[in-house]
Design a protein around this ligand. Structure first.
Ligand SMILES: NC(=O)c1ccc[n+]([C@@H]2O[C@H](COP(=O)([O-])OP(=O)(O)OC[C@H]3O[C@@H](n4cnc5c(N)ncnc54)[C@H](OP(=O)(O)O)[C@@H]3O)[C@@H](O)[C@H]2O)c1
Length: 284
């Protein structure tokens, strides 16, 4: 049975990754909830990473650990560089098996998305820059790699820090007014769908860069309204605003999103519909 080591496994995406047919080793900087086979691993600790990989000899690494708070990365670029770039390089320097790295549409500037894999990258914030730099490290330091770029990763019910959808449900359930940007466009990706793609990528040969997302690009305000409708919450509590008005610390790419044709061709991927995904998440 193949041994798969997951970094960042207590995070929003990691918690959804099941990988039933594998000997899975879950790692993260802090444990969360009940986790079988869990090992604490800070990817910035070069020696610990090296010792663990030499002792455990995984066949595959699914690398999810990252500093994902986009404004936090902007405020603390050294920390973002350390975790996102150096942490990735620490893993790559002690590993020669299959390396699956999850990256982001924030490697683009958002001028004319959605994007295909061949489009020019041009990150406009620290988070995007560190994700791009780690992609370059993956290409340079691994002979057996997949970079899976995805966008607006969401799940409902896990209460993760990075979960936009949970935040929307929670705020509306508490009758609080929320202001959501209507000019940031992406094709949001449900963690369960990304998990299925990663599992397929472990099973079947394949190498290279792939874009992942749902079937339609929507703006963040419409996404929030979709969530509210499925959860039968009051959409009038959601106010559309512009990115300029919101004035976030880090610049946001506006017209983003990822075209999934290559994933469809090479891995038989069938992009899901966000509305159906939200309904499925509610019934999960
Ligand atoms: N969220 C999105 O919209 C999105 C979009 C595109 C791509 N991605 C990528 O998808 C991957 C998973 O994202 P996610 O949404 O699951 O993010 P997440 O919930 O923030 O999960 C990341 C995990 O990595 C952990 N981590 C942070 N520093 C670490 C370190 N030094 N060593 C080991 N673990 C560390 C985090 O722990 P703490 O929480 O304690 O820091 C967290 O458990 C990331 O690589 C992210 O860049 C995410």
């Amino acid at each position: 049975m193949k041994k798969v080591l997951i970094t960042g496994s207590s995070g929003q995406l990691g918690a959804s990754l099941q990988l039933n047919d594998y000997d899975v080793m879950r790692t993260d900087i802090f444990p969360q909830g009940d986790q079988e086979n869990f090992t604490i691993l800070d990817i910035t600790n070069e020696l610990h990473v090296k010792n663990l990989l030499e002792a455990e000899k995984p066949d595959v690494i699914v690398h999810l650990a990252a500093m994902t708070n986009v404004d936090g990365c902007e405020r603390n670029p050294d920390q973002a560089q350390l975790i996102n770039v150096k942490g990735t390089e620490n893993l790559l320097n002690s590993f020669s098996g299959k390396f699956i790295f999850v990256s982001s549409d924030y490697v683009f500037d958002g001028e004319n998305g959605p994007y295909i894999e061949e489009d020019d990258v041009n990150p406009i914030n620290v988070y995007g820059k560190t994700k791009l730099e780690s992609e370059e490290s993956v290409r340079r330091l691994s002979n057996d790699w997949i970079i899976l770029r995805t966008n607006v990763v969401w799940n409902i019910g896990g209460n993760f820090k990075a979960s936009f959808a949970d935040w929307v449900v929670d705020e509306l359930q508490n009758n609080r007014l929320i202001r959501i940007v209507a000019d940031q466009w992406n094709n949001p990706a449900w963690t369960v769908d990304i998990g299925n793609v990663i599992e397929t990528m472990i099973k079947h040969d394949g190498k290279g860069l792939y874009h992942h997302g749902s079937s339609r690009v929507i703006n963040r305000y419409d996404f929030a309204c979709m969530i509210a409708n499925v959860y039968e919450l009051n959409t009038s509590l959601i106010e559309p605003i512009t990115t300029k008005e919101l004035n976030q610390t880090a610049k946001r790419p506006l017209k983003c999103g990822l075209i999934t044709k290559k994933l469809e061709n090479d891995f038989n991927f069938n992009p899901s519909k966000t509305l159906s995904d939200i309904k499925a998440a509610k019934n999960n």
